[in-house]
Design a protein around this ligand. Structure first.
Ligand SMILES: [Zn+2]
Length: 421
């Protein structure tokens, strides 16, 4: 099938992104103009954009550890010129890791290493990655449900950084960068005004904005919306997203940018309205929801992050960590609370039994509370751990988002292991 036909099916939700990943796997170049291509290696790995100039190539992002060699090979099938400049759209490893291959290639060829440009906060991010290597290995392993995952080390720092915006002329091509916060605090949007081509980085990712991730540093839903509006105002003809296929045509690009902004503006507006009235986080989490017609758009499905997690991050952005429940301000150790409630209920096994019944009836949220109390009160009890495992299996099934599914699956597996000793 031709890529365009596949795109049309993706656009109306008649094809799954896995089909697109299969179509581009191994590394695939998509022509944008005579001098611009997008390079894809699969949905989970960041796209790259290459621009041909009289001074050499400009590359926006470089690919991930898993597929950067495919990104480079696809680039070289198109143009063998030296890479003059690399722009990171942000410091996530699936966008930056391939830079080391470009350095190695330049060293082997005896040419200049590329100049790497990024927002200033990429420097702070890489320092943080160095300081939290063990944590990042654990968090990423759990997010993607890959036991034993090891986070990369030796991140290639940018050579030049900027703060708000930067206009470049490289080999006769004008390239404009501007900064916005969204998934990260170090993001850059790349605009080619002459071609009207926009490389959005992860502000556009063909799923609901990933602004809620439970185990990552603060994300910025409201700023994400504002940056999408700024992109929309540029009226791009071509929108190259951070992940997924290129969106051609001014109307479609405007629609994707506008719908994403509207979804985040809605969550932000609802959350702030309740916060301003003094609602607790609990009340807000169960009252706020994203507009159903936006959640149904094929490019806004909550398949990766969960809008409920986004609401939590909006709360945290404006209000810090206290959720408005006085019992959570200076809580007792979890084990003491669990023992107390187990005693009141007539034993930890009573809590576990009720958890199993609730989970069977589809009340997985409540079931998780009771299963966790039972397991904490009586961690050596294999039957209780088996119940915990089955409850978390139900919880994982109930989720649409990859992150929620993966986290429940991790605890399911741990409980399973404890249930068999
Ligand atoms: Zn990404």
């Amino acid at each position: 099938m031709e890529p365009d036909q596949l795109f049309e099916r993706l656009w109306i939700g008649a094809a799954a992104m896995e089909e697109w990943t299969a179509a581009v796997s191994g590394g695939s170049a998509r022509s944008i103009t005579g001098s611009v291509i997008a390079i894809h290696t699969g949905y989970l790995f960041g796209n790259a954009t290459a621009v041909r100039t009289d001074a050499g190539l400009v590359l926006v992002d470089t690919g991930s550890r898993e597929t950067a060699s495919q990104t480079l090979a696809a680039l070289r099938r198109w143009d063998d010129s030296p890479v003059h400049t690399v722009i990171y759209t942000h410091g996530h490893i699936d966008h930056t890791w391939g830079a080391r291959l470009l350095d190695q290639e330049a060293d082997a060829r005896g040419t200049m290493r590329p100049r790497i440009i990024a927002h200033r906060n990429v420097l702070y991010r890489f320092d943080r990655y160095d300081a939290t290597h063990g944590l990042n290995s654990l968090v990423m392993g759990r997010q993607f449900n890959q036991p034993g995952y090891t986070f990369p080390e030796g991140h290639r720092r940018p050579d030049e950084v900027y703060d708000d915006g930067l206009a470049l002329m490289v080999g006769g091509v004008r390239i404009e960068l501007f900064h916005g916060r969204g998934e990260t605090d170090d993001a850059t949007v790349v605009w080619l005004p002459e071609q009207r081509v926009l490389a959005s980085g992860d502000f556009v990712i063909w799923v609901f904005p990933n602004a809620g991730n439970p185990r990552k540093v603060q994300r910025f839903g409201p700023d994400w919306a504002a940056t999408l509006r700024r992109m929309q105002a540029l009226k791009p003809e071509v929108l190259i997203p951070g992940h997924g296929p290129v969106i051609f045509g001014e109307a479609r690009a405007a629609q994707v940018l506008g719908d994403g902004a509207e979804a985040l503006e809605s969550l932000t507006g609802q959350t702030l309205a309740l916060m301003n009235k003094g609602s607790s986080l609990d009340e807000i989490l169960h009252a706020v929801s994203a507009p159903a017609e936006l959640l149904a758009k094929p490019y806004l499905l909550p398949k990766y992050d969960d809008p409920e997690f986004v609401v939590r991050n909006i709360w945290h952005l404006y209000a810090g960590w206290f959720d408005g429940n006085p019992a959570h301000l200076k809580p007792a150790p979890a084990i003491e609370l669990a023992a107390e409630l187990a005693s009141l209920a007539g034993g930890a096994d009573k809590l576990a039994q009720r958890a199993a019944v609730l989970a069977e009836g589809g009340r997985t949220r409540l079931a998780a509370h009771l299963a966790e109390l039972a397991g904490t009160a009586s961690p050596q009890d294999r039957a209780i751990q088996a119940t915990r495992a089955s409850v978390y299996a139900r919880c994982a099934e109930a989720e649409t988002a990859l992150i929620g599914k993966a986290i429940f699956a991790v605890y399911q597996r741990e409980a399973q292991a404890q249930s068999t000793g």
